[in-house]
Design a protein around this ligand. Structure first.
Ligand code: CTP
Ligand code: CA
Length: 226
C-alpha cells in the first residue's frame, strides 16, 4: 500500500533494463560467464516501476526472483539479450546493468566435449559479442536516456569517461569492484555518476538504495528534458 502512494513521475514512460550475467555455451553442459548476481539491475527495474514506468527487464541467468510489477524476459546469451532489447524498442529510458560476456565460443559444440586420455584440452576459439549498450546508444530508435554501468578494478573515472563517449551513453554509473571492496555479490554499492556535466559521488548505499536514487535521478533527467 505504501508503494502505491508514491508519486509517479515516470507514469506513461517506458524503460528497458538489462541485468545479470550472460552465459555463452561451450557445449551443452559448459559455459563462459561473468560474475553477477542481478541484484543491482533487478532493483533498478523495480524502482523505475515504482515511479510509474512500464518496465521490461531483460535478465540473464540469475537465482533471485523476478521483481513484481515488471515484464521480465529471460535470456541466456549476449546475442539473445541484444535481440530481446531490440524487440523492446522503442523506449524512453534504457539502463544497461548486465555483466555481458565480452566473448563467446566461436563454434559451440552440439555434444559434450569429452576428455581424451593423456591429451590436453583443445583451445577455445573466441569471438567478440555484440555490445548491447553501444548498439542501442547509437540506434536510430535510441531512447531519450541511455544509462550504462562500468564495473572497474582500476582507473574508475577515466575508464567510465571513455565508455560514456564510446557507447553513446548519457550517464555511466561507475563503481570499483576490486575484490577488497566486497561489492561483487554483496548487498552494497558505492557509485559515481559520470556524465558530460561531470562526476557525482554517491555515498556507500545498499544496492536497493542505490537503485532508488538512480530511479529518482532518471526521473529528474526526464523532467528537465521536457
Ligand atoms: N555492455 C553491453 N554489452 C556488452 C558489453 C557491455 O551492453 N557486450 C554494457 C554493460 O551492461 C555496461 C557497459 O556496457 O552497462 C560497460 O560494460 P563493461 O564490461 O564495463 O564495458 P566493456 O566495453 O565491455 O569494456 P571492458 O570489459 O573491457 O572494461
Ligand atoms: Ca566487458
Amino acid at each position: 500500500a505504501l508503494m502505491d502512494d508514491a508519486p509517479k513521475p515516470l507514469a506513461g514512460r517506458t524503460a528497458i533494463v538489462t541485468s545479470g550475467p550472460t552465459h555463452e555455451p561451450i557445449d551443452p553442459v559448459r559455459y563462459i560467464a561473468n560474475r553477477s548476481s542481478g541484484k543491482q539491475g533487478h532493483a533498478i527495474a523495480a524502482h523505475l516501476a515504482r515511479l510509474g514506468a512500464q518496465v521490461t527487464l531483460v535478465s540473464g541467468p540469475v537465482t533471485i526472483p523476478d521483481p513484481a510489477g515488471v515484464n521480465v524476459i529471460h535470456v541466456e546469451s549476449a546475442r539473445e539479450m541484444l535481440d530481446a532489447v531490440t524487440n523492446a524498442l522503442p523506449a524512453d529510458i534504457a539502463v544497461f546493468v548486465a555483466a555481458v560476456a565480452d566473448w563467446r565460443v566461436s563454434a559451440s559444440a552440439d555434444n559434450k566435449i569429452k576428455k581424451k586420455e593423456g591429451e590436453g584440452p583443445a583451445p577455445l576459439e573466441l569471438t567478440e559479442n555484440p555490445d548491447i549498450l553501444r548498439t542501442i546508444g547509437h540506434h536510430q530508435n535510441r531512447p531519450q536516456l541511455v544509462v550504462g554501468f562500468a564495473a572497474e578494478t582500476a582507473d574508475v573515472i577515466s575508464n567510465a569517461q571513455a565508455k560514456l563517449a564510446r557507447k553513446g551513453a548519457d550517464f555511466i554509473v561507475a563503481n570499483d569492484v576490486s575484490p577488497e571492496t566486497g561489492i561483487m555479490g554483496g548487498d552494497r554499492n558505492r557509485v559515481r555518476i559520470v556524465s558530460k556535466d561531470g562526476v557525482e559521488d554517491w555515498p556507500d548505499l545498499s544496492k536497493d538504495e542505490t537503485a532508488a536514487r538512480l530511479a529518482a535521478r532518471i526521473a529528474k533527467f526526464i523532467a528537465d528534458w521536457d
